[in-house]
Design a protein around this ligand. Structure first.
Ligand code: HEM
Length: 341
């Protein structure tokens, strides 16, 4: 079914539904992640992301089950979204102002993402009118989609490595062997670290930061496996459950990175039994950046330190998952680093 939605009928399900929290936080969906499928989204993705590199982390049940709309007011979620929006807006306005006031525009070395976005505002070839609200909405996308996800993978990853000391040892042996003599692991070392890549794939299989991807909506009516699906149907794909399906995965709940060694299954959106970044037109545009960040950070964490549980917690890691559009550990992981050199 996931394949049917994200491959056969990809174009039809490339839309996003109207989500209240996202609408408030993202300047009326002027961002990319929650923009309706169309020219604006296409331009954002092409010109901005590919060129340079979610009340969003808060799970709003109403976005997934619209018939529960009354809950939003009951729990004050809309008000909360508006308060958070005001805070974001203040910070982002200041950031844009500081960048606009920058005196020296000649030094390209100093250019950051905000500078690039501001220069695109003046680009006559850009097929969309980019204004400060679009820029702010894109920055919210980057902060939320880009930071939360990577740290969630790292936290679950460290928890799994502590619970599986043999895997931790194997990983440390690989990393220390390849980066031997250096003070830090660098990007060039990563290409040789095949076990590290398998470890990260396994973390993403068991703990995808976006277990339900982002919701989609059908643009037109269509047939899915014999069922008539009306126009504007909201579709939620449970990539967490699919990646633990015992019909596909041996010992599905166990952390076994070796399953990804010499195995062509990848997260690039071609395998419909494993797609932590989604698939099809709306696949995550930050996949490569996110994976590189996680690889480099995890490699350095295990290269520079041995990790122990605090005395009080030995043998006791709570692997409960928090509910949300992003799936964090319910309780933050506390570990004690012991320098290796
Ligand atoms: C390990 C890290 C990450 C994971 C697991 C992840 C996962 C996802 C998933 C599951 C989606 C929804 C895809 C779909 O609906 O099919 C998504 C969308 C998106 N992600 Fe990521 N992501 C990660 C990192 C990043 C980073 C670093 C950025 C930006 C710098 C980013 C930006 C986005 C954006 C803008 C979208 C919306 C794309 C669209 O609707 O066209 N993500 N991500």
């Amino acid at each position: 079914m996931a394949r049917e939605i994200m491959k056969t009928h990809d174009l039809n399900f490339a839309n996003r539904p109207h989500l209240k929290g996202a609408h408030i936080m993202l300047y009326g969906n002027k961002d990319m992640a929650f923009a309706a499928y169309g020219e604006h989204w296409r331009q954002m993705r092409k010109e901005l992301i590919e060129e340079s590199t979610v009340l969003l982390s808060c799970f709003n049940l109403v976005d997934y089950f619209p018939s529960l709309g009354w809950l939003s007011s009951l729990f004050g979620l809309d008000e909360r979204a508006k308060r958070i929006f005001m805070k974001w807006d203040g910070v982002l306005s200041q950031m844009i102002q500081q960048h606009t006031n920058k005196k020296d525009r000649s030094n390209q070395k100093d250019e950051d993402f905000v500078d690039v976005l501001l220069s695109l505002k003046k680009d006559p070839n850009l097929g969309t009118n980019l204004n400060n609200e679009h820029i702010k909405a894109l920055l919210v996308d980057m902060f939320t989609a880009g930071t939360d996800t990577s740290y969630i993978v790292l936290e679950w990853g460290m928890a799994e490595l502590i619970r599986n000391p043999n895997v931790m040892k194997k990983l440390q042996d690989e990393v220390k062997g390849i980066a031997s003599g250096k003070s830090m692991v660098n990007e060039h070392d990563l290409s040789e670290m095949h076990f590290l890549k398998a470890v990260i794939k396994e973390i993403l299989r068991l703990h995808p930061p976006g277990p339900l991807l982002l919701p989609r909506e059908s643009i037109d009516g269509c047939q899915l496996e014999g069922y008539e699906i009306p126009k504007k149907t909201r579709v939620i794909i449970n990539c967490w459950a699919i990646a633990r399906d015992p019909k596909v995965w041996e010992k599905p709940d166990e952390f076994i990175p070796e399953r990804f060694l010499n195995n062509p299954i990848d997260f690039k959106g071609q395998n419909y039994e494993y797609f932590p970044f989604g698939a099809g037109r709306r696949i995550c545009p930050g996949m490569q950046f996110g994976v590189s960040t996680v690889e480099l950070t995890l490699a350095n964490l295990v290269y520079r330190f041995d990790w122990l549980l605090p005395d009080a917690l030995v043998g006791d890691i709570n692997m409960a998952e928090s509910p949300g559009i992003t799936m964090k550990m319910m309780n933050n992981l506390h570990l004690v680093p012991k320098s290796c050199f």
